[in-house]
Design a protein around this ligand. Structure first.
Ligand code: FA5
Length: 359
């Protein structure tokens, strides 16, 4: 080390030279033991909180005022130089480490590909839809499709929702398009109109699909799935409706859960009812999922209103029919005992992977 004699500025200059010399020595040693860790150690030694450059910076405080700027400049230049140099060495050390790792762990691209261990699974809503469609096909129903983005006419007006009728507010509609005449369908009942305007009676149709409402809680999601079903023929009555619903329930849940019909209003059916199933989670005792009622609402049903037949050009004196619309996600929720409907749409692989490949 230098003696550090002379003016304080000379002393600083001499300490800077010492540090540079020391660094040169350390860098020579580093070349034989190059590693990111060794470079990091040097950084701490010179630039760290207790490092040599930092210590030199501290000495500035005790220098005479007129020498501080020049000494400060020299120390700052030293620091910048060291930072630059050590950064170059850090990069060199990382490249070196990568190169070493690549030569040590050589990749044999001629090895056979590892086969995946797990088998993919179907989404619970897809499973449920398949179960439902299989059963309805057995009962002689045809599967139909309809638009998710639709005109107000098909979703509301032709289904006997009057323009100013409060029933339009029952379904929290997503409106799009000019003057809100185009919407995301709020239910699959729009397919009743599309089908009847094209097909002649008799009809036996089921139509699953995505539906949209501005709604979200444990048992509601903004996008959900419904399955619509309707039968139109001469002489169709509520007994036919009950027979079909019983068959569908047996297919999905077995027989041990209680069901109930509650009189309810839907403008497109008369009489209309809501269809509840005993809560699968608490078996009717009352819990968070069923909001302490013991029941979960699956959907609505009823005898098709004559005004709907008029809207599609069917003879309402000749034909009668029934219709139903159930939430497929709700059915999946009950069938698989899910506590929160929203789980179905969060894309969690661990959750989705637990369902059987086949229903
Ligand atoms: C309807 O949508 C009627 N179109 C059903 C209908 C069809 C009645 C034919 C008569 C004749 P509702 O708004 O109650 O009805 O919805 C039916 C079912 O869809 C509900 O019982 C529920 O199972 C499901 N559902 C409704 N909103 C949501 C939502 N936000 N998230 C998940 N499922 C929902």
């Amino acid at each position: 080390m230098s003696e550090g004699k002379g003016s304080p500025l000379q002393e600083t200059t001499s300490k800077v030279a010492d540090i540079q010399l020391g660094l040169q020595h350390d860098l020579d040693a580093l070349k034989t033991q190059l590693s990111p860790r060794a470079v990091e150690d040097l950084k701490v030694k010179y630039l760290g909180r207790k490092g040599q450059v930092t210590a030199l910076m501290e000495t500035l405080k005790s220098l005479p005022k007129e020498e501080k700027p020049a000494a400060g400049k020299i120390i700052n230049e030293l620091r910048q130089k060291l930072e630059g140099e050590l950064e170059i060495w850090r990069q060199k050390a990382e490249d070196h480490a990568l190169e070493q790792s690549l030569t040590q762990h050589k990749l044999d691209i001629s090895l056979p590909v590892q086969t995946t261990t797990g088998q993919g699974s179907l989404h619970p809503v897809t499973l449920m839809r398949r179960v439902l469609l299989a059963e309805f096909r057995r009962l002689g129903f045809t599967v139909y499709d309809g638009p998710e983005v639709d005109l107000d006419f098909y979703n509301f007006s032709a289904l006997n929702f009057k323009d100013d009728h409060p029933a339009r507010d029952m379904q929290d509609t997503f409106f799009i398009g000019e003057r809100a005449k185009t919407i995301l369908r709020t239910h699959t009942s729009n397919i009743q109109i599309h089908a009847m305007m094209v097909e002649q009676a008799p009809l036996r149709i089921v139509a699953p699909g995505r539906t949209y409402r501005c709604d979200s809680d444990l048992t509601h999601t903004p996008m959900f799935h419904q399955i619509e079903g309707f039968v139109v023929d001469e002489g169709i009555d509520m007994g036919d409706m009950k027979g079909v619903i019983d068959r569908f329930l047996k297919a999905v849940f077995g027989q041990d859960l209680a069901t109930r019909l509650r009189p309810s209003f839907f403008p497109f059916v008369e009489p209309g009812a809501e269809f509840d199933l005993q809560c699968v989670a608490c078996r009717g005792k009352g819990c968070r999922i069923c909001k302490q009622t013991g029941w979960l609402e699956l959907g609505g049903l009823g005898m098709i209103h004559p005004n709907v037949f008029e809207a599609v050009g069917y003879d309402s004196d000749r034909y009668t029919g029934f219709a139903f619309g159930f939430g497929i996600d709700r059915i999946a929720m009950l069938r698989y005992g899910l506590a929160d409907l929203r789980q179905l749409f969060e894309g969690n692989q661990q959750f989705l992977g637990q369902f059987p490949i086949h229903p």
